[in-house]
Design a protein around this ligand. Structure first.
Ligand code: ZN
Ligand code: ZN
Ligand code: FE
Length: 729
């Protein structure tokens, strides 16, 4: 990995051991030449491994003797740009402790400088145009270093030696503060005080961060957060909150040791946590996460954020600045579309080359699950236990898209790109593919895409100008292969892929799938029995439609007279139209989706009839789970189909919502256990967006401790590109 302070570390180590030689970076890694005896050499290698700088890690060391050459001292030789680019791109890293100390040290020349960085921290991926990672290949090339910065940069014993993004008040990037039209004339030293005061006054600020802009406001101010919701047309979906330190995090949420480690990690992801029941005393929970008992928190990861949090001394809502269905804003121009949302812009002049959203993680039963893999982690590389036969580009799915490139025994996954709805998203998607190809100097030999003919990713694969051969893979098969690639599994597995929907081989919308599979292919061992999705796409946002369809399935036209909340959520007219649609199969595609079954249950127990954001029904069900309730509902399993009609009928008779929901979760676990019982000789692999549900995941891990789940890559469609890359069918 480049840009992690490895060369100066080796320089210092060699100097310490009084060794002569040289070190050079090339596009494949690092090469060190030493004049040393075998004994000293082994001592050197030992210290090399034990005293690594914080961001560095060694994948592989090879030691060989070469033709003798005498060196006069120890030298760092500049980068060699030729050849294939297999060295990793370093991810963006949170401000380190030493830089943070300097930031608040009034005697330091970078006191309160909002872009302080060193060899061990700061932006990387988001500012890179090309490899090798050297200043002229980053957006820091527009800033000429002052004499003092240049001295630090050139001194191998300085902690800023070859730290590409360094700058200072004299020479580096500068902040500016704008209203909707023009820059405010505020002295640079006072600029953050003014911005902080705006936040304290309840204003909404667009703030340029590492991989994009955030919309920020005071999380304790119900009116301000409410205004942000109204302007962003986002009524319920929870907002992430940035808190200054662990003490504040603990006021708002229960934080385990594992979760604390995640919050403090150099990746600084958003961590989803159990909110404390009195969290509302410290922030406006009703506005930040209405009706929910979980909250996403993260700690400041740039000097700019540290200064803002210090200046306001309170938790701040920090949500990605984008329009619905559009990518994250990375330029001032694209931010223009949000002019109706923010009051001021806190901007700076360091260009964001590669957009990168905040990452989101959670911890379940001691395991980490990455829900959105982006800043801090991306681009991520996976080492496979085998070599790929061809250089592959995989296009991902349609929602929460990521793309990947694969060569040799490596797959490199892009950061989270987003949903491919709308022209702006598709353009951003194509740009991400271009970026991976350019930085890694990569030309694919084959393109892999999802079977869904309507996905933008499929359409683009088919349009490829180079006329490269295509390979298509079934959606749920890719979900399971993603986990196999992450864990390095070979041979056959029993995969349970539960998600919203994915295109099935028979044209139906699959999503409750039990697959026996390997890298070559799969056999559909079982699936949730098909039901009709009333209204097709519309059903995805309306749990009541799925519930109604299941009621028709169980009771026919008698369902029309039922008093359950799902039926009551429709007018008489709507009910009769829906019944005709169901009977005749008009605009009612067949589906085996487990995600939709969760929706249906949320509707049947009366907690969610219409969804305002994806995953809402699942979150509401999680809150109703009661670990003290036992038992499950009946279902039928025959001829490879799991029929849940007996469960639906029993749920309707249940008096208590918590009992109904808890037993529903248990039923899903029983269902998996029943189908798996015929395949116990195979490893159990779980994936798909439904396994983001922490109650289900935790029950499964308790019942099947050896079950493999995606940890480093999302169980949702963000993990599809990885699975596609390793497909050999
Ligand atoms: Zn630092
Ligand atoms: Zn400087
Ligand atoms: Fe999926």
């Amino acid at each position: 990995m480049q840009g992690v302070g490895f060369r100066p570390f080796v320089y210092a180590l060699a100097s310490d051991l009084k060794l002569t030689g040289e070190i050079r970076n090339d596009t494949k890694g690092v090469r060190i030449f030493l004049n040393a005896t075998e004994e000293i050499l082994s001592h050197f290698v030992e210290r090399l491994q034990n005293e690594l700088p914080p961001l560095a890690s060694i994948h592989h060391i090879e030691v060989t003797q070469v033709l003798p050459k005498e060196f006069e001292g120890f030298f760092i030789v500049s980068s060699d740009q030729s050849g294939e680019h297999t060295a990793g791109i370093p991810p963006d890293t949170a401000t380190c402790a030493v830089c943070k100390k300097e930031l608040f040290d009034s005697s330091n020349r970078r006191y309160r400088y909002p872009f302080i960085t060193c060899t061990h921290c700061g932006p990387r991926y988001s500012i890179i145009y090309d490899l090798p990672y050297d200043r002229p290949n980053t957006s820091m090339r527009f800033f000429a270093m002052c004499d003092e910065c240049r001295r630090e940069y050139a001194d191998p014993l300085d902690r800023r030696y070859h730290a590409q993004p360094i700058g200072c008040w004299e020479c580096g990037p500068v902040l500016s503060l704008w209203d909707k039209n023009e820059a405010l004339s505020v002295k640079r030293e006072a600029l953050l005080d003014v911005a902080s005061q705006f936040l304290l006054d309840g204003k909404i600020l667009a703030v340029k961060g590492v991989g994009g802009y955030h919309l920020m406001c005071d999380a304790t101010n119900e009116e301000a957060v409410g205004r942000l919701r109204e302007r962003k047309r986002r009524p319920h979906k929870p907002f992430a909150v940035m808190v200054n330190d662990m003490k504040t995090a603990r006021l708002l949420a229960q934080v385990s040791d594992q979760e604390e480690a995640l919050l403090l990690s150099k990746e600084r992801p958003i961590v989803l946590l159990q909110a404390k029941s009195d969290a509302h005393r410290h922030i406006s929970m009703d506005a930040v996460a209405p009706g929910l008992d979980r909250i996403g928190l993260f700690l400041p990861y740039t000097p700019l954020h540290l200064l803002l949090l210090e200046g306001t001394d309170r938790p701040l809502v920090a949500t990605s600045a984008n329009m619905t269905d559009e990518p994250l804003c990375t330029t001032c121009e694209s931010l223009g579309k949000l002019a109706g949302v923010y009051d001021y812009v806190l901007d700076h002049d360091r260009k964001i080359v590669n957009g990168c959203d905040d990452s989101v993680v959670t911890a379940v039963e001691g395991q980490t699950v990455v829900l959105r893999r982006a800043r801090g982690y991306a681009p991520a590389s996976v080492k496979l236990p085998f070599r790929l036969p061809q250089k592959v580009l995989s296009m991902g799915a349609n929602q929460k898209n990521t793309v990947a490139i694969g060569f040799d025994d490596t797959v490199i996954l892009s950061p989270h790109i987003g949903d491919l709805d709308g022209i702006a998203s598709v353009t951003y998607y194509e740009k991400n593919i271009e970026t991976l190809r350019r930085i890694y100097n990569f030309t694919p030999e084959v393109i892999v895409h999802d079977q869904h003919p309507g996905y933008e990713s499929t359409k683009l694969a088919k349009q490829n100008r180079e006329k490269l051969p295509l390979r298509e893979i079934q959606h749920h098969h890719a979900h399971i292969l993603g986990v196999m690639a992450e864990k390095g599994i070979e041979g056959k597995v029993f995969g349970v892929a539960f998600d919203g929907t994915g295109y099935g081989e028979d044209g139906a919308l699959w999503g409750g799938e039990f697959l026996v599979c390997d890298y070559e292919g799969f056999e559909r061992a079982a699936h949730l029995k098909y039901f009709k999705l009333l209204g097709g796409e519309k059903a995805i946002k309306e749990p009541r439609r799925v519930a109604l369809s299941l009621l028709f399935e169980c009771f026919g036209d008698k369902a029309l007279e039922m008093k359950t909340p799902s039926v009551q959520a429709f007018s008489r007219n709507e009910l009769h139209t829906a019944y005709t649609m169901w009977q005749k199969g008009l605009n009612a595609p067949l589906s085996s989706s487990m995600g939709r079954l969760f929706d249906a249950v949320a509707s049947l127990v009366g907690v969610c009839q219409m969804m305002s954001f994806e995953g809402q029904s699942g979150m509401l069900l999680e809150m109703l789970y009661d670990p003290n309730i036992e038992g499950s509902y009946p279902f039928e399993y025959k001829d490879g189909a799991v029929d849940i009609a007996p469960m639906i009928k029993t749920i309707l008779e249940e008096q208590d919502i918590k009992t109904a929901v808890t037993k529903f979760f248990h039923t899903i676990v029983e269902m998996i256990a029943t189908v798996y019982s015929d395949y116990q000789h195979l490893p159990l692999v779980l994936s798909g967006g439904v396994f983001q549900n922490r109650v289900l995941l935790s029950l499964m891990l308790k019942r099947f401790p050896k079950a493999m789940i995606p940890n480093d890559f999302p169980p949702n469609d963000g993990g599809i590109a990885l699975g596609q890359a390793v497909y050999r069918g």
